[in-house]
Design a binder for this molecule. Structure first.
Ligand code: WQD
Length: 351
């Protein structure tokens, strides 16, 4: 009886893209925080085995629907079947910057139609709280650093970046017409690392676009060498600077933002928060951090700049620190250690 009561008391959260990198780590923190998690994912950029990883960590396998969020009819059936949904965390989107340049229409259709379907489900199924996965890419190259939420949104460097900018505008304007609803956009800086248990982590499809999985795949012998895309930038060591934060810290920020909305702590019904360490780290410094914790001398060479890269960006996370009661704490060394542990786990699983 107590179990039934406990289950009735749990707040239910639909996590779209919940078998993805950030989505799966957030599902773990939500379950650990006492929420009931329901995942909707079409497995375009993830694997069903992630559910087993979530269960291995939490003891609970979240309910899972294999569904494309652009399929509005099926999405409506899922929400009807789920009954009361207290909140939605919307991760599901295509996210490869380079691919978005090659396939812009697919990115605009997928990322924006899925979001608009979710916003319609909120209205038709009386679900009043939304957390949206946004990105620091909306800032382009800021004029001043660190970048705050008041820093201007600038010309996106890719269709992917535009889908995040457009997504924020669509949510802002929708919330303006729905005073009883609440939404937050979380602007991620650069998420890295894996869960310390190594039961879940990043599963890049094919050749990784992002720095850290490319580093670990090079170190373990899957890639010949890492190419450092330019050391002729106006930075201390010439390589680009980013704000790297651990994916578990990032996941915890989602739970904090959700609880604040559900507990009536919002100061407006649409808010934006930067999620970063507040510290800039260069590509060469990131490589040095990896070498230090792994003991592996990384094979890399310096090549030309990558099109679309900005030179330097790092967050001023003080608004999230204050309003969400959240702070990123895991250092880049610790993050690299979890990334390396995960890469070794993948190799052993493959063996
Ligand atoms: C980081 C730095 C590269 C690979 C993107 C998206 C952002 C978010 C995170 C989704 C850059 C350098 C990389 C390599 C390298 N994605 N690099 N060699 O581009 O800052 O951000 O991913 O939400 O929205 O824009 O991350 O990891 O690709 O690159 O030298 O093989 O590492 O030039 O300076 P980025 P990244």
């Amino acid at each position: 009886m107590a179990d039934i009561l406990e289950s009735l008391m749990k707040k239910k959260v639909i996590v779209t893209g919940g078998t993805g990198y950030i989505g799966s780590h957030t599902a773990v923190e939500l379950i650990t925080g006492g929420f009931e998690v329901v995942i909707i994912d079409n497995l375009y950029n993830s694997d069903i085995s992630v559910l087993e990883g979530i269960r291995a960590i939490t003891g609970i396998t979240p309910k899972f629907y294999d569904n494309d969020l652009c399929d509005r009819k099926r999405l409506d059936e899922i929400f009807t079947a789920e009954g009361k949904v207290d909140a939605i965390i919307h991760f599901a989107a295509y996210k490869a910057v380079g691919e978005s340049v090659r396939k812009p229409l697919e990115y605009y259709r997928n990322n924006l139609v899925s979001l608009m379907n979710i916003l319609e489900m909120m209205e038709s199924h009386n679900s009043h709280a939304l957390v949206f996965s946004s990105s620091c890419t909306v800032y382009g190259q800021p004029d001043t650093l660190p970048v705050t939420e008041a820093s201007p949104v600038r010309e996106a460097a890719s269709p992917y970046g535009y889908t995040k900018q457009a997504g924020e505008i669509i949510i802002r304007d929708t919330m303006a017409s729905r005073p009883s609803h609440n939404a937050v956009s979380l602007r991620y800086f650069n998420p890295i690392g894996a869960h310390p248990t190594a039961f879940i982590g990043e599963l890049p499809r094919g050749v990784p676009e992002n720095l850290v999985p490319y580093i670990t795949q090079t170190a373990i012998g899957l890639r010949e060498e890492l190419k450092v895309f330019g050391t002729d930038y106006d930075t201390p060591d010439g390589s680009c600077i980013r704000d790297y934060l651990h994916v578990v810290d990032l996941a915890k920020a989602h739970v904090a933002a959700l609880k604040r909305m559900l507990d009536g702590g919002s100061k407006a019904n649409y808010e934006v928060f930067n999620l970063g360490m507040g510290k800039g780290v260069s590509v060469l410094e990131a490589i040095a951090a990896f070498e230090k914790v792994s003991g592996v001398k990384l094979n890399y060479s310096i090549t030309g700049r990558r099109a679309g890269d900005i030179e330097k960006i790092w967050a001023d996370p003080s608004l999230a620190n204050r309003e969400l009661g959240w702070m990123a704490e895991i250092t880049i060394e610790e993050a690299m250690e979890t990334a390396w542990r995960w890469e070794n786990k993948l190799k052993n699983k493959g063996s």
